[in-house]
Unconditional design. Structure first.
Length: 250
């Protein structure tokens, strides 16, 4: 059973693709994705991203195979209430932050992460939403530095931290930290380039990799294909399902 830890619902300003909950869910299930960790796309551009979390809570309430992954902004007053809401929602395994869109860095998050570390939730730190080559010239959003995310995980060993949307090169260069920090993981939603997954498996970090499709911004079929076509069955199963089952107990 495939678990997708990086799926989205909503609209994106540079992409015309069906992003409603039913379309996203149906499109993922066609390719065998049965567990969907869902976040709201519109949160990236909202002054208050918390407004959009209701969409994923409602989706998780309608469909038992959807897990709500709300977007939190630690720079806003009231983030504590939004975190408490996530904790109280049984179908929420993780919260997500978008530092590049919120104007902060992982260096600013110690109080926030300490609070999450006292809960059962994991934290996904989004490195990028969109390939820089596709960004509008007047809306350039730089990647979050993965080294900063690793440092954050090192400072908060009780917090399961997921690097979300990093490139293949960034993850390969972070190999030593991924291997030595037991609470640090990464999704492969934006692992790019020829033999990207093979490169990461050869780096011996298979046990730290989680499947993510980045649907609907990316094509679901391609996300699944690069795992099942490029890897042997054992490594593919570890990334597609076993790691998520172990980390999130799903």
């Amino acid at each position: 059973m495939i678990t997708d830890v990086c799926a989205w619902t909503g609209t994106w300003n540079t992409l015309d693709a069906p992003g409603d909950v039913d379309s996203v869910r149906a499109g993922l299930r066609v390719y065998g994705v049965e567990r969907i960790f869902l976040s709201p796309l519109a949160a990236a551009w909202r002054p208050n991203p918390h407004i959009d979390n209701q969409r994923v809570y409602e989706a998780a309430g309608r469909y038992p195979n959807i897990r709500a992954v709300p977007v939190l902004d630690p720079t806003l007053s009231g983030w504590e209430r939004e975190l408490d809401r996530a904790v109280r929602h049984a179908a929420t395994p993780m919260v997500r932050i978008l530092p590049a869109y919120g104007g902060y860095t992982p260096d600013d998050l110690d109080v926030f992460c300490a609070a999450i570390g006292k809960t059962r939730l994991a934290l996904a730190v989004q490195v990028r939403m969109e390939d820089p080559r596709r960004q509008h010239p007047l809306a350039q959003v730089p990647d979050v530095r993965v080294e900063k995310i690793a440092d954050l995980a090192q400072r908060h060993p009780d917090l399961t931290t997921v690097i979300a949307g990093a490139s293949t090169a960034a993850l390969r260069n972070l190999r030593d930290k991924l291997c030595t920090l037991p609470n640090l993981y990464a999704d492969v939603s934006q692992a790019d380039g020829l033999d990207a997954l093979v490169t990461l498996v050869d780096a011996e970090i298979t046990h730290k990799l989680l499947f993510g499709s980045h649907t609907p911004l990316f094509v679901t079929a391609s996300a699944v294909a690069r795992v099942v076509n490029d890897l042997n069955d054992k490594d593919a199963t570890v990334i597609l399902s076993e790691n998520a089952a172990r980390i999130f107990r799903v």
